[in-house]
Design a protein around this ligand. Structure first.
Ligand SMILES: [Zn+2]
Ligand SMILES: [Zn+2]
Ligand SMILES: [Zn+2]
Length: 251
């Protein structure tokens, strides 16, 4: 599988709209890896293309990536920074297969056109679905609303995506998950506390305990360190990658 980080910012992205802070101002001027769209990833293999989350930036992502076919869309939860772009699929030229929990599928207002263009599939905790060769298994992560992280697996390769996990600690199930993961992704808007998500410092601790797993941090906010500062801080941790828009990993 290949995973591409098509958006790596938190709910506001960087530069955040209306924000004149140092980070947003510099990023507006210079662009580069500090420029972060709202969060999404695209997972592909030889035959399939799977989109995980549809933030407001997703239309632009699909155009830039020149993607004209999607095998499925998976949604983590109903927060707007993860689903706010779903309406671009009103005009998608083929049927869209959308997977998520009841909270996300049942609650956002679906226009008639979108509704007719989508086939909705309710996901249940730890019940896998198969998109041809890729098995996708949802698991609950602690967050303000019902939220699924996803395990994407092809053969013995596993990507574990914790979406908006709140707690800094892992429970026993999550600890076991990491043991045979190839890539594990955490959403870290902040560096050391200050948000209701897991922070970078906690991921450093987890990475130290799981040296054979590659970790990626994404969903990074404007109050976090800059991309360059994060890379420098994480240099001693060879198994943590700081995501940026466009980062692609082969798994
Ligand atoms: Zn979020
Ligand atoms: Zn800002
Ligand atoms: Zn959220």
């Amino acid at each position: 599988m290949k995973i591409k980080f098509t958006g790596t910012g938190d709910g506001r992205g960087i530069p955040a709209v209306g924000c004149k802070c140092q980070r947003c101002s510099t990023t507006r001027k210079n662009g580069g890896k500090n420029h972060r769209r709202t969060v999404s990833v695209i997972i592909t293999n030889k035959s399939d293309t799977i989109l995980f989350d549809t933030p407001s930036s997703i239309g632009q992502v699909l155009n830039e990536e020149k993607i004209f076919h999607l095998s499925a869309i998976f949604l983590s939860h109903k927060h707007f920074d993860h689903v706010g772009g779903i309406t671009v699929f009103e005009y998608w030229p083929e049927k869209i297969y959308v997977y998520g929990n009841m909270s996300v599928l049942g609650n956002f207002e679906i226009t008639d056109r979108l509704y007719n263009n989508c086939e909705f599939h309710v996901l249940h905790e730890k019940e896998s679905v198969k998109i041809n060769h890729i098995r996708v298994k949802p698991f609950s992560v602690s967050h303000k609303v019902p939220t699924f992280g996803m395990i994407f697996q092809e053969d013995d390769k596993k990507i574990i995506h914790f979406s908006d996990k709140a707690e800094n600690k892992l429970d026993d199930y999550e600890k076991r998950l990491l043991k045979n993961a190839d890539v594990t992704i955490f959403h870290t808007p902040g560096f050391d506390g200050g948000t209701d998500h897991i922070d970078v410092v906690s991921v450093m601790d987890i990475a130290k305990r799981n040296p054979s797993t590659r970790f990626v941090i994404t969903h990074i906010g404007h109050n976090n360190l800059s991309h360059e500062e994060l890379v420098k801080k994480l240099k001693p941790y060879e198994n943590i990658i700081v995501a940026y828009d466009g980062l692609t990993l082969q798994v």
